[in-house]
Structure formats: C-alpha cells, structure tokens
Design a protein around this ligand. Sequence first.
Ligand SMILES: [Zn+2]
Length: 445
Amino acid sequence: MSTHTSVHYQGFHPASAPDFAPVPQMRKLQLDRLNYVVTRAYENVSLFQARLNSRALRPDDIRMLEDIRKLPFTTKADLRDTYPFGLFASKMPEVVRLHASSGTTGKPIVVAYTSEDVGVWTNAMVRCFASCGVNQGDVVQNAYGYGLFTGGLGAHYGAEAIGATVIPISGGNTDRQIMVMKDFCVTAICCTPSYFVHLLERAMELDVDVHSLPLRVGIFGAEPWSESMRRFIESHSSIRAYDIYGLSEIVGPGVGIECSHQNGLHILEDHFYPEIINPETGEPLEEGMEGELVLTTLSKHAMPMIRYRTRDITSLIPEPCPCGRTLRRIRRIARRSDDMIIIRGVNVFASQIEAALLAVEGTLPHYQIILTRSKGLDEMEIQVEVTPDVFSDKIGSMEALNRNLVYALEQALGLRVAIRLVEPRAIQRSEGKAKRVIDRRNMDQ
Ligand SMILES: [Zn+2]
C-alpha cells in the first residue's frame, strides 16, 4: 500500500502576488502593457495597422485605459481570413510553439507563442492551480487532450511549474484513467466536466469507490457547464469542482479561474484585459450587465489579440471577492452567443436545458438535443438518460419523470419540447467536449 503524504501549502503562492495587487497599481500596469501591445501590433500586424490608419488612430492616442474603446475589435473571421500566420507579430524564428483550434468548418485557426508567451501562459496556469488549492505535493492527472488543442500542454506546464507531480495521460482510455487515478494516488484531475462524469460512471461499474480515493480537486473547462452539473459532480465524488476559463485565441486555459469561494472566475487581468459589450451594437456595457466578453492580451508577443470578441456571454461582478483577490471576476460562462439555438423564434441555450434537466431527480447529466424540421416547423427533442433505478422501475415512474421534465423545461425555456427518456449509457460518451446539439434541420428538408 503506497502512502500519499501530500503537503498542501495553504493560501498564498509567490506567483499569485499580482492576484492581490492594489487596484490602482493594477490599472497602471494594464495601461503600460496596453500601450506596449498596441504599438507592437501596429508595427507588426498589417491588418491592425490598416484598421487604425482608416480610423486616423495612432498607438499614442491610447492615453488611458478607457481609450481601449477607440480600438477596433478582432474576430474569429479575422483569424480565418489571415490563415495561417497573418496575425503574427513575431517572425517565425522567435515562435517556439504553434497550436490550432479544431475548426468545425474548413481551416482551423492557428495561434503562436514565443518563449516569453509560453512563460506567461505557464505563470497564469500556476496561479490557476494555486487558486484551486493545488500545489507541490499534489498528483495531477491531466486528462485534457495533448496535441494541437491548448488544454493538455497548458495544464501540463502549469502543474509542473507549481511543483506538482504531473501524469500526462491525455484524454481517452477510460479504464486506464481509473486505474491510474487509484494506483497513483491522484489528488487533482484536469479534464472536461462531461468526461469526468463519464469517469465517475465507469468507476462505479468497476467497483471503484471514488469517494475513498485521495482525489480532492477537479479543474474542469473547455465546455460550458452548469451549477447543477457542479452539484452532481461534487456529490458523486467528494471533490471540489472548479471552473477554469480560456480560449486558444487568447492563450489557452488560464485566462480565468475560480477561487475557493466558487462564485465567479477571476480574470488574470494583468495579462488579459476584460470588457463586456452589447453583442448587437458593440457598445461597452457597465459592470454587472450581461453581454459579450471581449479580451485584450496585454503581454503576448507572437500574437497580440486586441479587443477579441470571444462570443461568450457573461458579466463582470461588481463586488470584491471575499478571497482577497483584487482581480475582477466574471460570472461563469453560461453560454456562447454562437451556441444559441433559435427554435420557433425562441432563443435557447444548451446550458439552460442542462440546468433544468439536472434539477429533476432521476436524470443523469447525459443528454442530447436533436433538432429536426417537419412541414417547415422546427422540432426539438431532448434525449435524456435516466438513472438505472428509474429505468428498471415500473413504466409508471418513467411516465411521471417524462411529465416532470416537460414541465421543468417549459418553465425554463418558455417552450414545450419533446422529451425522450433513454436507458443509461444510450448516449455516446465523448473524451473531450461533449456534443450536445445535433441539428438535422437542413438535412430533413
Ligand atoms: Zn476569489
């Protein structure tokens, strides 16, 4: 029997000092860095230079942080249009790493890092791990995919730099994941929340009691997830489940992280400057108002992103956090503006559906939304897995559950949708991001 004498240094990690910096000092640092990054982009990225010139703007017109609003937005289309290297501000010999997003249509988007950029990213991830109470002495199972996707290497470098023992297991091979989790005395795991639910399920089948393992922290990201999902995970595993935020275009994971209060994600705003805008008009919104998150990288060299439109919908939380971090917080990303399903004129998000489903006893966090069109009308069917108890029970309880779900969804969405209860494991499991929506509306016409 091996021992897991982990040493957990509570609280402060030296790399986390900027998390607690006085606000005026942070704003001054941000302005200095903004000036630097705008000048760098202007001098090295022709698209950015042309856009500033067309507005008769010069980098030295940025005299205070609010002047950022004068600058043009950058969008995902800009990355596609300049594929592969058109937005790089560094020459290739300075670029030490490329990552790419798995584009669903056409070409991926490519992102670049100098060695300094990798250092910034690593530092950001160290602060994220520290914020979740992970430190030297922890054993981190990194089940994010290694490869062009930023999740694997981002978490890897951060976990190693904080001094934890990293297991670079990557995604997939669920039975081996469970064996490693148990035999290597894993204390922290990084993966998508949906994959962790799958791991829990498989562990149960293999008679591994996750509650009795030393595992105590999960750092989950790369897909939106709800508070109901967090409650499900925490009650089925005795871990604390933390939300991490990031996107390849900005750096990868490590843009924002929850703290022990699990109430909003602190943005590492000495590196990533947040704004919230009205997604329709592009106008900045006041703190507390919900809109699209726009991020500017303040310290990146190879690929500065100025006012990048993330399409993630959230708001900045006006109140300071009891943890003492002065970094501003965003509310958990409930939805992405391009993940919106418009059905019969009503806007619906998968996360709304997830929250409504999981609030009803007897369902599992596995569901799929199937969109079809019949006689010109959109139809939505939600397939939901039920617990083995409900499934093996009398037909009566399935019918009652179906009724409850239809009612819960109608309350949440303002829309009556069809529910189909399916047996446990009927919905295909994903090793990375779960596929929640299947849109067959254009196929069925
Ligand atoms: Zn906090």
